[in-house]
Design a protein around this ligand. Structure first.
Ligand SMILES: Nc1nc2c(ncn2[C@@H]2O[C@H](COP(=O)(O)OP(=O)(O)OP(=O)(O)O)[C@@H](O)[C@H]2O)c(=O)[nH]1
Ligand SMILES: [Mg+2]
Length: 307
């Protein structure tokens, strides 16, 4: 009997950048769980790959062997012998795409192989760069080494925007980064992740943090990537299509129909309630059926997802 067809893998978005640039804080903002370990300074973690689902995490070793672990053991996983740690969460945004939280790539004690071998699984990257020292030469050098196919599907995020106080300085930093890095990314966004996490029900604060513009662009990328995967599926013949759901709604009748809108990312909270750390507090609407048609520069296929 032939194997049952496997569902198409979801797009994988890798969170990259130098040490302490805000990658894990961003992962927490996106997955709404506050589960991504931040400030892991004593030992670096291997890439942490978040997928939708339940069950225990596992470690994918460099030898290709999986080892089941508990959540409490994640912080102790050795970076040297590990390809990535897989973590399952039943959180809305992971129904749309997978997130890979990468270790900081400027640590002199860490081999660049750690992120180079994991980046092959990624369809797009969110590169986090400290706004106060944005887009250093070392970052440009590291980005240069990554596959060119990623550029049309990647965003540059200038984190800690709250640390640049004057409008004049903000404009200057943004202009320089746009000039130097703009052509290498789909878009550049300044953001205060701390402000976004703390914005609660305050919509103006959420928008002012830069989160709304960034998340809208991110969903745009994910929907475009998803459409591309669907086109590849159609070309490849009858394969199982991944059902795409409207978040918080019933699955559409046609299993391969794209949703008209994606909203909301988090259930609305009762008025006056303190937001849980890491919750995306805003309704972000993205037109899933009108992604910007920007084909990737390269068509290098990524390795099949091992899940
Ligand atoms: N003020 C401010 N602090 C931030 C912002 N983003 C992140 N931080 C803080 O920066 C520190 C490092 O953030 P992480 O998210 O752990 O950084 P990381 O890139 O995952 O770090 P490594 O994995 O160690 O490379 C934490 O204390 C965050 O709270 C921001 O936008 N504004
Ligand atoms: Mg981190």
């Amino acid at each position: 009997m032939p194997d049952a067809p496997r569902p198409a893998p979801k797009p994988v978005i890798a969170l990259m950048g130098e040490f302490s640039a805000g990658k894990s804080t961003l992962a927490n903002l996106l997955i709404c769980e506050g589960r991504s370990p931040t400030q892991v300074t004593a030992t670096q973690l291997p890439p942490v790959w978040y997928s939708y689902g339940s069950g225990d995490p596992y470690v994918m070793g460099l030898d290709g062997n999986r080892t089941q672990i508990t959540e409490a053991q994640i912080a102790d996983v050795s970076i040297d012998a590990t390809s990535y740690i897989k973590v399952y969460l039943e959180t809305d945004i992971l129904e749309l795409f997978d997130i890979m939280d990468m270790p900081g790539n400027s640590d002199p004690n860490m081999s660049p192989e750690v992120w180079q071998r994991a980046i092959h699984y990624a369809d797009g990257v969110i590169w986090c760069s400290h706004a106060t020292q944005a887009w250093r030469q070392s970052e440009a050098g590291a980005w240069e080494e990554l596959p060119e196919r990623l550029r049309d599907w990647s965003l540059l995020l200038l984190t800690r925007w709250d640390k640049i106080l004057s409008e004049r300085d903000r404009a200057r930093v943004l202009a320089r980064v746009q000039k130097e890095a703009g052509p290498l990314f789909r878009e550049v966004f300044p953001i205060s992740l701390i402000e976004a996490l703390g914005s609660g029900d305050d919509r103006d604060r959420w928008i002012a943090s830069g989160a709304e513009a960034f998340v809208t662009a991110l969903l745009d990328i994910v929907m475009s990537l998803d459409g591309q995967a669907r086109a590849q599926n159609a070309a490849a013949g009858p394969v199982a299509r991944r059902p795409v759901y409207k978040l918080n709604q019933e699955a559409p009748e046609a299993p391969d129909a794209l949703p008209e809108t994606v909203a909301p990312l988090a259930a609305p909270q009762p008025a006056g309630a303190a937001p849980a750390a890491g919750v995306i507090p805003r309704r972000v609407e993205a037109k899933a059926d009108s992604p910007r048609p920007r084909p990737p520069r390269g068509t290098t296929p990524r390795p099949p997802s091992p899940t």
